[in-house]
Design a protein around this ligand. Structure first.
Ligand code: NAI
Ligand code: NA
Length: 399
């Protein structure tokens, strides 16, 4: 079978196993090239470990610090003649390279919001690792079934108050248009989004892990957030998703209290805007990201998820002097380069003039599209996409 990219809406519905393995391999090589020597995590649980920031966190822990890793995610396995999801292949490739490097790596595929998957994870930690000293919480999901009530919540990406009109791009066609996004209809939209992307599930995880005695003395836990510039605030920071991120931040003191007797600590890290499966679904944001990529690449300060996670671990969570640099609100900031005044000024100037006619010159829309398809294993020069990929489709496995 020959596997080519096929898209439905913004989503790519096919994946290429060799290309996703290449993506993972490139990230591993990057981390190895950093020769990290400082003390870091040793036994790590990553919740949302198969793509995006979670995958890069897992790679950083394993190949930067020789950590044993357990990854939890929700992905579709490959079957004969039916490709699995990108996150499934990413994990198969990660586990293969980890095992070749003599690193412990096991994975749990299922709904991380459920009590059942939490229990399975606890059982696996008890059996193989005893305890974990770092828990990374990197879920991005449009839905959550609440484990105690059974209620199914769906998140929405909406502004609050007036309708929001701004520019947006269809990154497949590079067509720039105005879009008006209708605001929330009621408080329920906010509550539902908080139920899915807020801090409750992170807290449930930490409570269950603690009660089971599988958190080590001095354990750290980190969850990811985003703030971004003024021009996306109405749809992001001040919108429904931003309210969920505020809720995530408010969970930090509660988790700190929970972990106090273990001398444990929790953090929210504010990360950079990047091309991932989740962020490509947000209106306005892809146009901002393609202008941001252009400006940051020109300045030589562009980062992907792996560069971001390397800085998070080496320069924030596990510094030589043990100090974790925080902003005035107690958050880790690795969006510092994105938010630099000169970067934002240039993006702002470009934002005012960008149109379908000039987008190819003044933005990195091509880089955006390229990275998007690379998430699914496409657009790698080294790979022959006309070749039969049958052999590869169902061969990989995960443990
Ligand atoms: P992603 O879509 O690449 O990764 C999401 C992960 O969650 C995958 O491993 C997926 O399998 C897993 N997952 C989803 N639902 C699940 C479920 N029910 N059970 C188990 N696993 C499940 O997303 P991305 O972009 O890496 O996002 C991770 C975090 O980083 C999110 O909190 C997001 O808001 C945040 N973030 C993202 C930014 C971006 O530009 N992409 C910027 C800053 C923060
Ligand atoms: Na992730």
């Amino acid at each position: 079978m020959i596997i080519q990219p096929r898209t439905r809406g913004f989503i790519c519905i096919t994946t290429h196993p060799e290309g996703t393995a290449k993506n993972v391999h490139n990230q591993i090589e990057y981390i190895k090239s950093k020769n990290i020597s400082a003390e870091g995590p040793k036994k790590v649980l990553v919740i949302g470990a198969s793509t995006g920031f979670g995958l890069s966190s897992r790679i950083t822990a394993a190949f930067g610090y020789n950590a044993a890793t357990i990854g939890v995610f929700f992905e579709k396995p490959a079957a004969p003649r039916k490709p699995g999801t990108a996150g499934w292949y990413n994990t198969a490739a990660f586990e293969k390279e980890a095992s070749e490097a003599g690193l412990y790596a096991k994975s749990i595929n299922g709904d991380a919001f459920s009590d059942e998957i939490k229990q399975q994870t606890i059982d696996l930690i008890k059996k193989d690792l005893g305890q974990v000293d770092l828990v990374v919480y990197s879920l991005a999901s449009p839905r959550r079934t609440h484990p105690k009530t059974g209620i199914a919540y769906s998140s929405v990406l909406k502004p609050i108050g007036e309708p929001f009109t701004n520019k947006t791009v269809d990154f497949h066609t590079a067509s720039v248009t105005d879009i008006t996004i209708e605001p929330i209809e009621s408080q329920e939209d906010i509550d539902n989004t908080i139920a899915v992307m807020g801090g409750e599930d992170w807290k449930f995880w930490m409570e269950d892990l603690k009660a089971a005695g599988v958190l080590a003395e001095g354990v750290k836990t980190v969850a990811y957030s985003y703030i971004g510039p003024e021009l996306t605030h109405r749809i992001y920071k001040d919108g429904t998703i931003g309210m969920a991120k505020n809720d995530l931040e408010k969970t930090v003191p509660a988790i700190n209290e929970l972990l106090a007797d273990l001398n444990g600590v929790s953090y929210v890290s504010v990360n950079k805007a990047l091309v991932t499966q989740s962020s490509s679904a947000i209106p306005v944001v892809p146009l901002y990201v393609s202008l941001l990529y252009k400006v940051m690449k020109d300045k030589g300060i562009h980062e992907g998820t792996i560069e971001q996670m390397q800085r998070l671990f080496e320069e924030r969570l596990y510094t030589a002097d043990g100090q974790v640099p925080l902003d005035e609100n107690g958050r880790i900031r690795i969006d510092d380069l994105e938010m630099r005044e000169d970067v934002q000024k240039e993006v702002d100037d470009l934002w005012k003039v960008v149109t379908s006619e000039n987008i190819n010159e003044i933005s990195d829309i091509e880089g955006y599209r390229n990275e998007f398809f690379q998430l699914f294993g496409f657009n790698y020069d080294e790979i022959d996409y006309e070749a039969e990929a049958d052999e590869l489709v169902s061969v990989p496995s995960i443990s």
